[in-house]
Design a binder for this molecule. Structure first.
Ligand SMILES: Nc1ncnc2c1ncn2[C@@H]1O[C@H](COP(=O)(O)OP(=O)(O)O)[C@@H](O)[C@H]1O
Ligand SMILES: O=C(O)C1=C[C@@H](OP(=O)(O)O)[C@@H](O)[C@H](O)C1
Ligand SMILES: [Mg+2]
Length: 269
């Protein structure tokens, strides 16, 4: 895809970041932005929780169908509501349109965390975790069905996701399969570094404790057993070789011990 689309439509579960990322793409790309939930609220003269409460979900879905139809020719970026794909007519509208549809894919854990923090989704408020999970499973293939691209969002900031999407349309990516796989790799790299950052936090707690009880930073037998245990636990996994464990653990442990020693030195100043 090297030609810039007239309309870019974001789909995905509630809390996936459609509104936030859509606004950010429009800012980075200097284009217009339309949020279908906002358009519905303006039409109804009520907030979404109010529409659900006083008119019911069916009425909300009727309003939604109308704004989805209008949105496919919008000159800019459109954020849909998470439920658009449950309506067959909306799916057909999206698939028949010239708009480029992007599925912002996330994970259940991160999404629930964000939604609980914000409290604005009527469907979440009355739903158990199990039915929420079922809704997730039901919708995932429907987002896939309407999407031209799937962008993996786990571990990425909204600005990073927006930059990835803007890059899609500046001639840097025209291979759908490669783009999707790279999006997953970028997300995994961020999860790896988030985990390393967390590990370093624990290492520094260890440094503080070792200093308190007067223990040496370097404990060679502990390093040997850590590597041996990892090799035993990953023996069945063809992707993780002993060499990989040795190489990565050497880097991690060296960096961690240097960090511990630095903390201890600072503490002694
Ligand atoms: N990639 C992200 N990383 C961290 N927080 C995010 C991310 N995307 C969205 N959020 C936060 O999650 C909440 C829900 O995002 P929102 O854009 O409203 O999602 P949606 O429109 O898909 O329901 C907001 O508080 C937003 O700031
Ligand atoms: O998933 C859904 O069915 C809904 C998602 C909401 O939009 P977001 O996806 O922007 O949260 C909003 O349209 C309404 O609360 C219903
Ligand atoms: Mg939204």
């Amino acid at each position: 895809m090297t030609e810039e689309p007239q309309t870019l439509i974001l789909v995905g579960f509630m809390g996936a970041g459609k509104t936030t990322v859509g606004r950010e793409i429009a800012r980075q790309h200097q284009s217009q932005f339309l949020d279908l939930d906002l358009a519905i609220e303006q039409k109804a003269g009520m907030t979404i929780p109010e529409i659900f409460k006083s008119e019911g979900e069916a009425h909300f879905r009727q309003l939604e169908e109308a704004v989805v139809k209008e949105s496919v020719t919008f000159p800019g970026v459109v954020a849909t509501g998470g439920g658009v794909v449950e309506n067959e007519k909306n799916r057909q509208t999206l698939k028949d349109s010239d708009a480029v549809v992007i599925y912002l894919h996330g994970n259940l854990e991160g999404t629930i965390g964000r939604l609980l923090a914000d409290g604005q989704r009527p469907l979440l408020q009355k739903e158990s975790t199990i039915s929420f999970f079922k809704r997730w499973q039901k919708r995932d293939p429907l987002y896939q069905e309407v999407a031209d691209y799937v962008v993996e969002t786990v571990g990425k900031t909204p600005a990073r996701i927006a930059a990835e999407i803007v890059a899609l349309f500046s001639g840097q990516a025209d291979d759908l399969t490669l783009t999707t796989l790279r999006s997953q790799i970028d997300a995994l790299d961020r999860q790896i570094f988030d985990t390393i950052a967390e590990r370093i936090g624990v290492v520094r707690a260890v440094a503080a404790y070792k200093q308190k009880v007067n223990l040496a930073v370097r404990q060679p037998e502990r390093m040997v057993s850590m590597k041996a245990n990892l090799k035993a636990d990953y023996r069945q996994n063809d992707n993780i070789t002993d060499d990989l464990i040795d190489a990565l653990m050497a880097t991690l442990l060296e960096y961690s011990m240097a960090r511990e020693e630095e903390d201890i030195q600072k503490g002694q100043l």
